[in-house]
Ligand binder design. Structure first.
Ligand code: DX5
Ligand code: ZN
Length: 248
């Protein structure tokens, strides 16, 4: 896991031509596609549901990295898995779910079963992009808001494939990076080493080619970028710029 993953957030894409936008970031060399799911309750904005994930699934065979900013994600996990999500990340805050440990395990078990059913269906008819599920499991992620301490996830750390540190308060693209989260990433990296686990460490919010080096240096290896990719003249240059980010 030493290579840096860039996961462009389609929240900043042109929604009127979403398929073309996803094809464009795929061809520009992104590894993952970040999908921000908001319900207008956990966060003050409403965005994407499982129908959109399902519509995008045949467009790319890149990893669909689904970030659920919703209340009661336990009620939606199976829908997102069926729609073709590869990673399902849920927030650790109790205003999202009361039973974090349970929902994380739901992603890894029941969701995986749903995805397997989908894979079976797809082996009959190949999709537009030639996409087929290779890894039948769905990866589970846990997300921390900027104000939420790391200790919240200490006892699910051995259960997750990914930890996402929010470097803005979730709800909107184009906000500025909250510097205090760099220390949290560094602490998380340390905690993972202590516990002998190696989840992806993902960062989301205000990441640009100018500041990505800070989070990479702190231990992050998956970087979400919305406006820094979709508002850039060249998606490829923006993605490469984030990977090659260096301390000035
Ligand atoms: C914020 C979302 C982010 C957002 C990032 O609620 O979770 O994924 O799209 O956008 P930028 O990179 O513009 O801050
Ligand atoms: Zn996000």
């Amino acid at each position: 896991k030493n290579d840096i993953i860039v996961s462009p957030s389609i929240l900043s894409a042109d929604f009127a031509k979403l398929g073309d936008e996803v094809r464009a970031i795929d061809q520009a060399g992104c590894e993952w596609v970040h999908i921000d799911v908001m319900d207008g309750r956990f966060v003050p904005n409403i965005t994407i549901g499982p129908l959109i994930v399902e519509a995008l699934r045949p467009v790319t065979d890149k990893v669909l990295d689904c970030h659920l900013m919703i209340v009661e994600p336990e009620l939606r996990v199976a829908d997102f898995a069926k729609a073709g999500a590869d990673i399902i990340s849920v927030h650790a805050e109790q205003s999202s779910t009361i039973h974090l440990h349970r929902v994380v395990n739901q992603v890894r078990t029941r969701a995986a079963a749903a995805a397997r059913a989908l894979a079976r269906a797809q082996s009959q008819s190949q999709t537009q992009s030639g996409y087929r599920i290779k890894d039948l499991g769905v990866k589970a992620g846990v997300v921390l808001n900027p104000g939420t301490p790391l200790s919240t996830i200490e006892y699910v750390l051995d259960q997750v494939d990914l930890v996402l540190i929010m470097s803005v308060n979730p709800g909107f693209g184009g906000q500025s990076f909250i510097e205090s989260q760099v220390a949290k990433i560094r602490e998380l990296k340390k905690l993972c080493l202590e516990k002998g686990v190696n989840p992806w460490i993902e960062v989301d919010g205000g990441v640009t080619p100018a500041n990505a080096w800070k989070v990479i240096d702190a231990g992050a290896n998956a970087l979400v970028a919305g406006s820094a990719v979709f508002k850039a003249p060249s998606y490829r240059d923006a993605i490469n710029g984030i990977k090659a980010s260096k301390k000035p």
